[in-house]
Design a protein around this ligand. Structure first.
Ligand SMILES: *[C@@H]1O[C@H](CO)[C@@H](O)[C@H](O)[C@H]1NC(C)=O
Ligand SMILES: *[C@@H]1O[C@H](CO)[C@@H](O)[C@H](O)[C@H]1NC(C)=O
Ligand SMILES: *[C@@H]1O[C@H](CO)[C@@H](O)[C@H](O)[C@H]1NC(C)=O
Length: 300
């Protein structure tokens, strides 16, 4: 079959463009709807953007650094290569899986700590904020917490007739199909609409009760432990939903018009919702801590 040029362009997209941009922007809009007013003010000031897009506008910045010499050292910060054995066993072990050059768990911990460091200049804390916003998204994508075939980049599948790699399917294709298209033309408008729907589910809808449980184990005093918990949750989905029959069985399979998609779509939706909800809570905790540090200093 002759692939359309659009299909070829999609297949050639940079492999690790996590959540395809669209997911990251949705997570950021969701968080900006859920943060407390002092948190919004704090980050609007730090990021020098007083619009409602202050988080969404920087959500994909960390992916744009791929070709930047200065930030080349961040290239392994977007994922953790869990060397487990899906679908038989899934696990994340920091000592085994975090590269010497860093991983999403160590990076999220590092940039959270830097955001809390009052001795760093605002420009450095703004950089830290942009990394935190991005990595909370990345860590919720199951294939960013898996080593097999470079996080699925090396596994070719089909999605609605188009040849793609499995990583791209989980970054972008499932989410784009879920919202019904139009993402390529208007990513920000579509992301905001999706985020608004997820906010309604969290505030009174399907997740009204369960969403509080999403903050179990979340402790800004232990950013590494918190991030590791999130990575383990994502990684477990590799066994249950990403590679339920293992990495060999999925090669060449059509995933879009099948039961695979029907099972995967709610998982992606929940992962995006949790990421946005947790990002909001994380930013709230950071600002509460900074403001209590400031209050403490005032007492001296
Ligand atoms: C705020 O961010 C949005 C989204 O990136 C951008 O369009 C807008 O120009 C920014 N505003 C300022 C003042 O930088
Ligand atoms: C923490 O972030 C700083 C600033 O980007 C970077 O120089 C340093 O290597 C990072 N450390 C870790 C452990 O990721
Ligand atoms: C959401 O849950 C709270 C606490 O259990 C409850 O009081 C409230 O009525 C619920 N809201 C909706 C719209 O279901």
């Amino acid at each position: 079959m002759k692939l359309s040029s659009a299909a070829l362009a999609a297949a050639a997209l940079p492999a690790a463009q996590a959540w395809g941009g669209f997911g990251h922007i949705t997570v950021a809009y969701l968080a900006s709807s859920l943060v407390s007013p002092p948190t919004a003010t704090y980050f609007q000031t730090l990021l020098r953007n007083s619009s409602t897009d202050y988080l969404a506008g920087v959500a994909t910045w960390a992916d744009s650094l791929r070709y930047s010499k200065y930030y080349r050292f961040t290239s392994t910060f977007h994922f953790i290569d869990a060397k487990d054995n899906p679908p038989h066993s899934c696990s994340v072990d920091l000592a085994r899986d975090c590269k010497a050059t860093g991983c999403v768990v160590s990076a999220l911990a590092n940039y959270t700590t830097r955001l809390l460091d009052p001795t760093l200049p605002p420009s450095e804390r703004a950089v830290a904020a942009k990394f935190v916003i991005h990595f909370v998204g990345d860590i919720h994508q199951p294939l960013h917490a898996e080593d097999v075939a470079r996080g699925g980049n090396g596994i070719q599948v089909r999605f609605d007739g188009v040849q793609l790699n499995l990583h791209h399917v989980w970054d972008s294709s499932i989410a784009e199909k879920l919202v019904g298209g139009g993402v390529r033309r208007q990513p920000y408008a579509q992301a905001r609409a999706w985020a608004d729907g997820l906010v309604r589910e969290i505030q009174g809808g399907r997740w009204n009760e369960s969403s509080r449980g999403w903050l179990g184990g979340v402790d800004v005093g232990d950013p590494e432990g918190t991030a590791l918990g999130w990575a383990r949750e994502s990684n477990a989905l590799v066994c249950s939903h990403v590679l339920p029959e293992g990495p060999e069985a999925i090669v060449g399979q059509e995933l879009g018009r099948t039961e695979y998609y029907d099972k995967a779509a709610p998982v992606v939706e929940l992962a995006i919702a949790k990421a946005g909800y947790r990002l909001a809570a994380w930013l709230d905790m950071i600002v509460a801590r900074i403001q209590s540090q400031d209050a403490g200093m005032g007492d001296l």
